[in-house]
Design a protein. Structure first.
Length: 313
């Protein structure tokens, strides 16, 4: 187990270095000059020169990358040119919002998708199977922006049950926080639940046709125990992969949903930063997202070993 972890960590280091180079290099291809945006309408040449000197914009790209990485390794992601605040503080204030939203969406997807996939596999070619597949088709084909607007119209405008937009932190009022995040979380979790259902169904069908399941049934074990203990445990390996990858996708892909519900999360931060050419914020947010995504892959690999003892060798 320790050798496996060491090997995976050694693979992560060059991956993160390559990702940081791509982030910084692609950032330079964005059109526009951040110094012109910061200088305002007057755009005095002396002010422009001072801004470029302060943020090292007049240095060659490799030199800029060196100073940026030096700051990153020391825990300094830079300073926002527009907000005049450290990128680390911006990330620390926005990331918990998106983590809460993504966590709720993932929980909704797990509570719907995995049971639906199990029932669909166990009740293959019955009305339960057809209903679960119909749900999956609906979830995959429904655009997030349309579902979000529809839910606002129904639950906020017509029924008045939930607020249409805004965000309240759980530390301030957990009930109000739940009310402001349940709709966007369902919008995000809906499509994921459909994908999760299809993967769970496929993995369960494959597991239930395996020899160890037939042996368990031949021993006279109850069908519920055969399904949940033997088949489901082995079928969870590909599902764990999907959960780890999709949680990272939720962190980086909640942009549109956060815009619709006016939630001040990670997605809204990066959109505003791109529009304002705030390079340091874009680089910091993307680097944190990429690091989180890679870390989730590592956790998924560890979960493989814990779920499936045959992989421990």
């Amino acid at each position: 187990m320790l050798v496996f972890l060491a090997r995976r960590l050694l693979q992560i280091i060059p991956t993160l270095i390559l990702v940081s180079m791509l982030i910084f290099g692609l950032q330079q291809l964005l059109p526009g000059d951040p110094a012109l945006i910061m200088a305002g309408e007057e755009r005095d040449p002396a002010v422009l020169e001072q801004i470029r000197e302060q943020y090292r914009l007049n240095e060659p790209v490799p030199v800029q990358y060196f100073y940026w990485m030096k700051g990153v390794l020391s825990g300094n992601l830079g300073e926002s040119m527009r907000l005049k605040a450290s990128v680390g503080s911006l990330v620390a204030s926005k990331l918990p919002v998106t983590l809460q939203l993504a966590g709720m969406a993932l929980l909704i997807a797990i509570c719907i998708g995995i049971p639906a996939g199990i029932v669909s596999a166990v009740k293959k070619e019955t009305v339960w199977d057809y209903a679960a597949n119909l749900f999956a088709l609906w979830g995959l084909s429904t655009p997030n922006f349309w579902l979000g607007i529809l839910m606002i119209f129904l639950f906020s405008v017509n029924l008045g049950w939930l607020p249409a937009s805004g965000y309240v932190r759980p530390s301030e009022d957990w009930q109000a926080s739940l009310a402001t995040t349940i709709m966007p979380a369902f919008v995000l979790g809906n499509a994921l639940a459909a994908v999760l259902m299809r993967h769970t169904r496929s993995a369960m069908l494959q597991a239930m046709s395996a020899d160890y399941v037939r042996t368990a049934r031949a021993k006279g074990l109850a069908e519920q125990r055969v399904v949940l203990k033997h088949a489901l445990r082995n079928a969870m390996t590909p599902v764990i992969t999907l959960l780890a990858l999709d949680f990272g996708t939720l962190l980086s892909g909640a942009v549109l949903t956060e815009q619709i519900f006016t939630i001040p999360g990670f997605g809204k931060l990066i959109v505003d930063s791109v529009f304002n050419r705030d390079y340091a914020v874009v680089q910091g947010v993307v680097l944190v997202t990429a690091t989180t995504y890679i870390s989730l892959n590592l956790l998924a690999d560890i979960a493989y070993v814990l779920v499936n003892p045959r992989l421990r060798g």
